[in-house]
Design a binder for this molecule. Structure first.
Ligand SMILES: Nc1nc2c(c(=O)[nH]1)N[C@H]1C(S)=C(S)[C@@H](COP(=O)(O)OP(=O)(O)OC[C@H]3O[C@@H](n4cnc5c(N)ncnc54)[C@H](O)[C@@H]3O)O[C@H]1N2
Ligand code: MOO
Length: 391
């Protein structure tokens, strides 16, 4: 059996970065910027007032000084003339500061009588003028790769980038396998349960920027699995769930092999997730996850999420580990790397769930972290520092 790191390295070989496509700016949030983009203009494009008040020459600013108003500058409607000595222009936030002026006295510091204003309170030294290009200049860049957050979208909009080059979304086909499964919302038969893994994985993978498609459940027969693999053709990543172990009805590896899968590995020194398999099938990366619900979700976090990041051009890296002290003692670990469901308390200490059965979705749902135990990790006492990753 190979280690978790070895398995991930082999998975990265299956996860080539995807090409770029252009999308409208309004659809670019959460996508990964594929190429560095360049501002098409200065922002602000002119010296702009940051306050409502009166624009005049800073050299003339003095308590009790008087000015004659010669016009108005509003946002979107500048003042065409020039401000001369003893003159001021009524100005509003966002308006271009007129020629001859380089200071805005806020209206709270001014008394006005008709066309005359007097500086009635000390206006201080802050000019209330935003210089042209003070935010960014034409030619300034936003560099790739980068997952576009709302603030980035606002910046790209201000840069007048209407269409954005982003990495194409990885298309993931999710196949549940098993005669015991029915889709949520349907009436299960006496020996049946509800397919949960595909739904949890779809949520996880779409959160990371994939387009995940849940295919019809494949039954425990070669014909049904073959049909499902046919429906998955063209996906960047095909993920099967269940049927990966050694039971008589665990057919995924066998059928995938008959369909020409080039196997990269089968079985990982990991808990949960031991019967993981991967390879290349019909030009797609193929990962066979174990069926136990927690195993499938943990493998999603440990393997599929890094694969998707690699496909999105964000680099081939293991999930980031953090450290926290244990709230309670832990027994020694066995020979497999163990990812234990745990909760991080408000005090920063980490509590490992008592029951680590890989079927317990209720425990996973309560967990905020997976504590990572190396193979053969000795028993640990309360207060000792352990590695974990957030979920
Ligand atoms: N003799 C052995 N038996 C098992 C071994 C072993 O090494 N020797 N490994 C165990 C481990 S570890 C795991 S994990 C499971 C994985 O088995 P499979 O991948 O073949 O999964 P299934 O048998 O199909 O299902 C396991 C379990 O999960 C339920 N399941 C499956 N798919 C879904 C789904 N989409 N949504 C919800 N639940 C699902 C299924 O009903 C089973 O209860 O094998 C052990 N056995
Ligand atoms: O590896 Mo299984 O995933 O331990 O439950």
């Amino acid at each position: 059996m190979i280690t978790v790191d070895e398995a991930r390295a082999l998975l990265f070989e299956l996860a080539a970065p995807l090409p770029a496509e252009e999308v409208p700016l309004a659809e670019a949030a959460g996508r990964v910027l594929a190429r560095t983009v360049t501002a098409r203009r200065d922002q602000p494009p002119f010296a702009a007032s940051s306050m409502d008040g009166y624009a005049l020459a800073s050299a003339e600013v003095e308590l009790h000084a008087m000015f004659k108003l010669i016009g108005e500058a509003a946002a979107g409607h500048g003042f065409a003339g020039r401000v001369g000595p003893g003159q001021a222009v009524r100005i509003f936030t966002g308006a271009p500061v007129p020629e001859g002026a380089d200071f805005v006295v806020i209206q709270e510091d001014v008394s006005r009588s008709g066309d005359l204003i007097t500086i009635a309170s000390d206006p201080g030294t802050k000019t209330n003028v935003r210089p042209a290009g003070g935010d960014f200049r034409a030619g300034d860049t936003v560099s790739a790769p980068r997952r576009l957050r709302p603030a980035d979208i606002a910046l790209l909009a201000a840069m007048n980038i209407g269409r954005v080059p982003v990495v194409r979304k990885p298309v993931v086909a999710l196949i549940s396998t098993g005669d015991e499964l029915v889709m949520p919302g349907n009436e299960p038969g006496p020996d049946q349960i509800i397919a949960s893994n595909t739904f949890g994985l779809k949520a996880m993978l779409e959160d990371l920027g994939a387009e995940a498609r849940i295919l019809p459940i494949a039954r425990d027969s070669a014909a049904s699995l073959t049909t499902a693999f046919g429906l998955a053709r063209g996906a960047d990543l095909v993920v099967t769930i269940g049927g990966a172990s050694v039971g008589d009805h665990d057919l995924v590896g066998q059928v995938a092999g008959e369909l020409g899968m080039e196997r990269a590995f089968y079985k990982v020194l990991m808990r949960p997730g031991k019967p993981l398999m991967a390879g290349r099938l019909n030009g797609s990366a193929m990962v066979g996850l174990p069926g136990n619900p927690v195993s499938a979700m943990v493998c999603g976090r440990i393997f599929l999420a890094p694969m998707l990041r690699a496909m999105l051009g964000l680099g081939a890296e293991a999930p980031r580990l953090e450290q926290a002290p244990l709230d309670d003692s832990l027994a020694a670990n066995g020979p497999r790397e163990h990812y234990m469901r745990a909760q991080i308390g408000t005090d920063g200490r980490i509590t490992v769930a008592a029951d680590q059965d890989s079927a317990l979705l209720s425990v996973l749902s309560q967990a905020s972290a997976l504590v990572r135990r190396p193979p053969d990790d000795p028993a640990r006492s309360a207060g000792e520092i352990v590695d974990y990753l957030t979920i």
